[in-house]
Design a protein around this ligand. Structure first.
Ligand SMILES: [Zn+2]
Length: 276
C-alpha cells in the first residue's frame, strides 16, 4: 500500500490509513468508553485480519460507496458483511417497486458472492427508513451477532433522508451494541472504528482523512457493482464513471493505483502521544 509515498506523507497518513481496515480484535479495551468506538488501532491490531460491516440505506450505496473496503477485507482474509436497511425498491421510474425490489435483492446476493461477503437485509420501505429505537436495536443485534471490528456507513451530510436516517441509526446501534448492561440475545460487542463512505449523495461537509488502497480488489469491486443495472447509468446517474474516477483520483492522491477516501468518526483520529 502507498507505493512511492514519501516519509513525511507516511507520517501524515499512517495512524488512520494503515489502521483503516486491518483489525480483528473485538474485545472491549480498558480505555474504551462504553458504547463508543475506540481510539486508533495499535501496531499489533494492524497485523491481524479485518472484519468489516458496511451499513447502507440501499444496496447500491452498500456496494458502490462501501463495497471496495468490504472486498478488501475478504481479500485479506477477514469476514465482511453488507447490510442494507431497505431494498431501494423505489429507485426505478419504470419498474414497479415489488419487481425492482426483487431485482435489487438478487443483484445484492450475486454481487456479495463475487466479493466473498455476506449480504444482510432489514425490511424498511425505501424512502421511509425510520430513526427509532426499533431500527437502532435491529442494527445493534446484527452488530452483536456478526461482531465486525469496523463499520463503514453513510456520512450525515446527505440530501437523501434515508441516508441521514441510516447515519443516525448506526450511531445509536454502535452505542447500544457496546453497552454490556443492555441485555439482548447476544452479549455486548464494541465496534472498534467507524468510517463514513465517500458517496456522491452525502457530500455536504464530507472531508476525506483516510485513504484505503483498493488496487488489489478494484476489478472484483467493479464486477460486483456491475450486477446492478443502475451502475451503468440506467437510473440517470453514471455511478460507474463517478466511482471509478474517484478511485483513480484517490489513488493519485495517496500514491496508489486505486483508493477510496474515508472519513473517520469524530474523535477516532485523536492520537495520544508521550513525545512529539
Ligand atoms: Zn441511497
Amino acid at each position: 500500500m502507498m507505493c512511492g509515498t514519501t516519509r513525511r506523507e507516511v507520517i501524515k497518513l499512517s495512524s488512520a490509513t494503515l489502521a483503516a481496515l486491518s483489525i480483528g480484535n473485538t474485545a472491549l479495551h480498558s480505555s474504551q468508553l462504553l458504547g463508543q468506538p475506540s481510539s486508533p488501532a495499535s501496531e499489533h491490531d494492524r497485523t491481524t485480519p479485518s472484519s468489516v460491516m458496511a451499513i447502507a440505506a440501499h444496496p447500491g450505496d452498500a456496494f458502490f460507496a462501501m463495497g471496495a473496503p468490504v472486498a478488501l477485507a475478504t481479500h485479506q482474509g477477514g469476514a465482511a458483511f453488507l447490510l442494507s436497511l431497505s431494498l431501494g425498491e423505489r429507485g426505478s421510474s419504470t419498474i414497479p417497486p415489488a419487481q425492482y425490489g426483487a431485482m435489487q435483492r438478487d443483484a445484492t446476493e450475486k454481487a456479495a458472492a463475487l466479493i466473498g461477503a455476506t449480504p444482510l437485509f432489514l425490511a424498511y420501505r425505501d424512502g421511509e427508513i425510520p430513526v427509532d429505537d426499533e431500527a437502532s436495536l435491529a442494527v445493534c443485534d446484527l452488530l452483536r451477532r456478526h461482531k465486525p471490528a469496523t463499520v463503514v456507513t453513510h456520512w450525515k451530510g446527505s440530501w437523501h433522508k434515508d441516508h441521514r436516517a441510516c447515519h443516525e441509526i448506526v450511531q445509536n446501534a454502535v452505542f447500544y451494541a457496546g453497552l454490556p448492561a443492555l441485555a439482548r440475545e447476544n452479549p455486548a460487542h464494541a465496534v472498534r472504528q467507524v468510517f463514513y463512505a465517500d458517496n456522491w449523495e452525502d457530500a455536504e461537509g464530507f472531508v476525506t482523512d483516510t485513504y484505503l488502497d483498493i488496487s488489489p480488489v478494484f476489478e472484483q469491486y467493479s464486477n460486483a457493482c456491475s450486477m446492478f443495472p443502475m451502475w451503468r447509468g440506467e437510473t440517470g446517474f453514471r455511478y460507474n464513471d463517478y466511482y471509478s474516477s474517484r478511485a483513480v483520483e484517490c489513488g493519485c492522491l495517496s500514491r496508489c493505483r486505486y483508493a477510496v477516501g474515508l472519513m473517520s468518526a469524530a474523535g477516532q483520529s485523536v492520537r495520544n502521544l508521550q513525545a512529539l
